[in-house]
Design a protein around this ligand. Structure first.
Ligand code: UDP
Length: 238
């Protein structure tokens, strides 16, 4: 495929919250609706997805309650694989071809993470879901989304959020005066300590010129629209 005919390629980051519908574990109705939106958009855009795992475990939280941090982080990573498999199932029910690649070897359920193979899948109209984060404790799936986007040559990182529709001047859940920002530079987001996305993810994108759009998953149709290129939420760039 020549550069001029190359399709838009995006890396969609879905947090664990998007799977549980606010509860522990996976809510099939919620994941099924989400999968239909992604499958629809994937007809015209190449879609790779990094899934979070906060609906199961977050290593930092478990370590505060006495667990070894590394072991707790591995539990967090395994949670992301369960989300990846649930999403794969509902995407296939929605008619999309998919592959799951895991950063931790588990060959019965997922391919290993092989970036060039992931690109090949995308070229063949398959949705690629990256599970198990980076395979490394002390990382977050936001950072993995930035890294995978860079490595597979995505045009943009799309960070889908629950309960918030972009980057705000302060936490809108605690500060009623917080206002939504239409666009912001990475350096300003970092200097202002805006926490909607991890600072490591912001700085990795900043250092490598990868743009990011942070948008809300609600109402229905937003995920499809964001993948298709609608300017929802907040653009973060250099
Ligand atoms: N995690 C990790 N390394 C990674 C990605 C994730 O150790 O490369 C662990 C970490 O404990 C994290 C958990 O997996 O808290 C779930 O990921 P994350 O918190 O990013 O999920 P989200 O908040 O997006 O649901």
């Amino acid at each position: 495929m020549t550069e001029s005919t190359r399709r838009r390629r995006v890396l969609l980051k879905l947090s664990g919250e998007a799977f549980g519908g606010g509860s522990l574990g996976v809510n099939p109705d919620v994941v099924s609706a989400l999968a239909r939106e992604i499958a629809q958009a994937s007809k015209t855009v190449e879609v790779a997805i990094v899934v979070g795992g906060g609906n199961f475990f977050r290593g930092a939280e478990l370590s505060q309650r006495g667990m070894d941090r590394g072991r707790a982080d591995y539990m967090g990573m395994l949670g992301t694989v369960m989300n990846a498999l649930a999403l794969q199932d509902f995407l296939e029910q929605a008619g999309a071809a998919t592959r799951v690649q895991s950063a931790i070897s588990m060959t019965q359920v997922a391919e290993p993470y092989i970036p060039r193979r992931a690109e090949r899948h995308l070229e063949k109209d398959r949705i690629v879901i990256f599970g198990a984060g980076a395979g490394l404790p002390y990382f977050s799936t936001d950072t993995v989304a930035a890294q995978r986007a860079l490595e597979i040559g995505a045009d943009m990182v799309l960070v889908a959020k629950n309960g918030v529709d972009g980057v705000y001047s302060d936490d809108p859940r605690t500060n009623p005066d917080a206002h939504k920002i239409h666009s912001i530079s990475y350096i300003e987001a970092l200097q202002r300590g805006l926490k909607v996305v991890d600072s490591t993810a912001f700085s990795l994108c900043m250092d490598n010129g990868m743009p990011m759009r942070v948008f809300g998953m609600e109402p229905d149709g937003n995920v499809t629209a964001a993948i298709l290129g609608e300017e929802l939420g907040t653009l973060v760039s250099n």
